[in-house]
Design a binder for this molecule. Structure first.
Ligand code: SAM
Length: 364
């Protein structure tokens, strides 16, 4: 799995336990699926899962891990394809020039391997499923040899240790069962007629754009060699491609639209205490739509970048962060929400209702 800001790696067991504690729940939507970790957890637990995200790289991960039924994959053919791609000689192309010479995200030898494999996927993958699995394998292989703290707004001043390893493809661990991948704006996806037993919501919680922070994955999946700018060599369309969920003034109404339009019996929403929407307002919104809400606080270490320190655009360490842990809140909304939390073996926090709550978190 790729390193990802806001990834719910540590929360997957709790989220899956909550979903399993919902009576007769069989279908699930992960509306902001990112790495697809939560969707994978739900699929592995037997749910029929739809994974959605507006990012192209996330769409590819969802196609491989969620929409593909491992039992239907010809693994001999797939392993042979990955071996053939892995054996291609390096070739200097867009990735090498932009991300290894103009910037230093990968060692040039690995950049040449990425260029050769990416072009090879277009030539050699015979079906959309093969393409998604091969691209997933390439994204994960590139992530294992990058020289960043996990975000692509900067690269490290000194090469990371892992960047010296030779990039190599592995077969992703696919899951058996049916599923669906969508690559839509969350509001469009929420407005579909599809009905789910449970919807998991994990929207961006601050102003940091995933499109800008993971521009290399976006470019690698699209294979479109865009013009780039600045030290970080971001795609120029990063300047104009903004998610409404990253805009403090608009995120609240966007999330409100999503919650009020989606068709679900239960919702599980996670939100960080460092996000710009307040718990009281999120809770009031969920009560308005679903009637009953229970909230579970989960203490977690902050994102790896925070632990590594603050870096400038040139990858130089310029400061330390003030705290290393944060609280992630899991909201469960729907019939007998408190019972769902109790059956999942968790304890809900009791907070006083505040119907006049401001949508925004107080600045700390
Ligand atoms: C907090 S991350 C989700 C992380 C995910 N739960 C995981 O564990 O990997 C938020 C996700 O929302 C996606 N996103 C941002 N704006 C969106 C929009 N308007 N519609 C759909 N997805 C969006 C981002 O691409 C990002 O992957």
């Amino acid at each position: 799995m790729i390193k990802y800001l806001g990834s719910k790696r540590r929360l997957v067991p709790q989220i899956v336990a909550l979903a399993q504690a919902i009576p007769e729940a069989r279908t699930a939507l992960d509306l902001f699926t990112g790495t697809t970790r939560v969707a994978q957890g739900l699929k592995a637990a037997g749910f029929t899962v739809t994974a959605n995200d507006c990012a192209s790289y996330s769409g590819v991960l969802a196609e491989a891990y969620i929409a593909t039924d491992a039992a239907a994959v010809d693994s001999t053919r797939m392993m042979a394809l990955l071996a053939e791609l892995d054996a291609l000689p390096g070739e200097r192309g867009y990735v090498t020039r932009t991300f290894c010479e103009d910037a230093r995200y990968f060692q040039p030898a690995n950049g040449e391997r990425i260029d050769a494999i990416r072009a090879g996927i277009d030539r050699l993958a015979r079906t959309p499923t093969e393409r998604a699995i091969a691209l997933t394998s390439l994204l994960e292989a590139a992530d294992r040899v990058d020289s960043t703290t996990g975000q692509q707004m900067a690269y490290l001043k000194q090469w990371s240790t892992r960047s010296h390893r030779t990039l190599s493809l592995r077969m992703p661990t696919l899951l058996a069962g049916a599923g669906r991948a969508l690559c839509e704006d969350a509001r469009v996806c929420a407005a579909r007629d599809d009905v789910y037993d449970v919807v998991y919501l994990d929207p961006p919680y601050n102003q940091h754009s995933y499109y800008g922070n993971y521009h290399i994955w976006e470019t690698l999946v699209r294979g479109d060699a865009p013009e780039s700018y600045g030290v970080a060599r971001k795609r120029t369309d990063v300047r104009t491609t903004k998610s409404v969920f990253n805009l403090r003034g608009a995120a609240w109404n966007a999330l409100r639209d999503v919650v009020l339009t989606l068709r679900a019996r239960h919702v599980i929403l996670s939100f960080s205490n460092e996000g710009f929407l307040s718990n009281a307002a999120l809770r009031a919104l969920l009560v308005e739509r679903f009637g009953e809400v229970a909230m579970v606080p989960v203490d977690s270490p902050r994102y790896v970048g925070a632990r590594i320190g603050i870096h400038n655009l040139r990858g130089e360490r310029v400061g330390e962060v003030s705290h290393l842990r944060n609280t992630e809140w899991l909201f469960v909304a729907g019939p007998d929400a408190a019972g769902v939390v109790a059956r999942a073996g968790m304890e809900a926090a009791v907070l006083p209702a505040d119907p006049d709550a401001s949508p925004f978190q107080e600045a700390s």
